[in-house]
Every structure is written in structure tokens, then in C-alpha cells.
Design a protein around this ligand. Sequence first.
Ligand SMILES: Nc1ncnc2c1ncn2[C@@H]1O[C@H](COP(=O)(O)OP(=O)(O)OP(=O)(O)O)[C@@H](O)[C@H]1O
Ligand SMILES: [Mg+2]
Length: 229
Amino acid sequence: MPTIVFVSPKGGVGKTTAALILSLELARGKAVTVIDADPNHPIAAWGRGADAPANLSIVADVDEDNILDRIEEAAARTPFVVVDLEGTAAKIVLLAVSQADLVVVPMQGSQLDAEQATRAIRVLRQHEKMTGRAVPFGVLLTRTSPIIRTRTMGHIQQGLAEAGVPVFATQLNEREAFRALFSFRQPLEALDGKEVPNLDKAIANAEQFTAEVIARLREARTPIVEAAR
Ligand SMILES: Nc1ncnc2c1ncn2[C@@H]1O[C@H](COP(=O)(O)OP(=O)(O)OP(=O)(O)O)[C@@H](O)[C@H]1O
Ligand SMILES: [Mg+2]
């Protein structure tokens, strides 16, 4: 069953936020296990006292020694597994990547972030060399303005395209609702639109990202695509 792993050696780029948004959207239809492999356990903390859907399980007793088992157990239990890692390039990242059907590399629109995303992509290429298996991945531009496209962002997107790096068509916009998800500890749909500005837009954004993840998982499974690699 598909395992989606969020990877970036840089902290604070929106991995946990994107991982939770995806997990909650997926959990509206299917059971999901989130493996919270960040030692700070932000998703497990979210889950405590959160109005979490019954379809969502959170596993937090995860470390380098047991992550392969934890992912395997979760994949046997639920149709989707989402792995959130801390911002590091440690061995645990390679281990999680080895189990991934799709890797999402969140990145904010600055040159420094682009360099860090390149580091994440190098880890993926390293994994491919080690195992002979290419893991499908995509860069997810996060915290972008829904209104303005900055010159830096344009430059970065061009650079990624020229380097042949796959980028998600969906960007996760900077939205108060995505912060409110953590402060109110509720799925987006349960938040109050009167308290959270542009909640409908955030929900549409979350749905679009989830739909694109599912489409990419389907593409990655198509044998023709595999053969063309
Ligand atoms: N799309 C977004 N809109 C608004 N705020 C966001 C968005 N994505 C992330 N943030 C905020 O940015 C901060 C960092 O996000 P997050 O914790 O998801 O990053 P991370 O990559 O998981 O960080 P770490 O490497 O420390 O685990 C948080 O305060 C979060 O609320
Ligand atoms: Mg995080």
C-alpha cells in the first residue's frame, strides 16, 4: 500500500504541515497511518487532544532501528502510510526513502531552500545508486503567495525545470488555515470559516495537492512509465 515520505534536510520548510494536510485529506476516504519520525513528534502532539478522524492513526515510537518495521507494519494495516521526518540528512531518511512509493520534497521559494532541496534530491539519487530502484519524487513549493509570483520563485522554478526535477503543479500556499490546523488541532473541514480567513481556499488547495499525490502514485505504478525510465 502506498507510502509517501516527506524529505528535506532543511528545517521549517513545511514538511510536517504538508504531511498532516495530506494525511487528513486521505483519511476522509481511506485509513491512513502517519509515522511521526521527527524526535520532536509534532504530529503525535497534534493528535493528542485533537479532533482527529477515526481513520487516522499516528505512530511515534520510531527511530533508525525500527523505522523499516514500523513502515511495514503500517503498510499492512492501512491503505496509506505517510512518513514525516525531521529536517536532516541522517540515515533514517535513506531508510524511509527505501520504503517510499513517492517522496515529496517541500521547498520554499528562496535560493537557499533550492540548494537544500538539491541536497534532498542528491540523497534520492544516492538511494537509487545503492539499490537500483528510482523512487518517484516531486518538489512541492510551499508557503507560496496565492497572489504574487516573485522573481526569485520564477528563477527557482526555471532552474528546477532545466535540471529536469519534477515539481508538483500544486503549490501549498501560505494560509492562516494551515497554521490553524495545528493551533486548533482539528482537520481543516472542522475549522470555523468565520474565525479562519480563506478557509475554503485552503481546503481547495489541500484537496488539489492530495489529488495530485494520488495521480503521481498511479503514474508511478504504471509499468509503461517504469519501463521508460
Ligand atoms: N502553507 C503554510 N501556510 C502557513 N504556514 C505554514 C505553511 N507551511 C508551514 N507553515 C508554518 O511554518 C512553520 C514550519 O512548518 P513545518 O513545521 O511544517 O516545517 P517542517 O519542515 O516540518 O519543519 P522541521 O524541519 O522543523 O520539522 C510552522 O510554524 C508552520 O505553521
Ligand atoms: Mg517537521
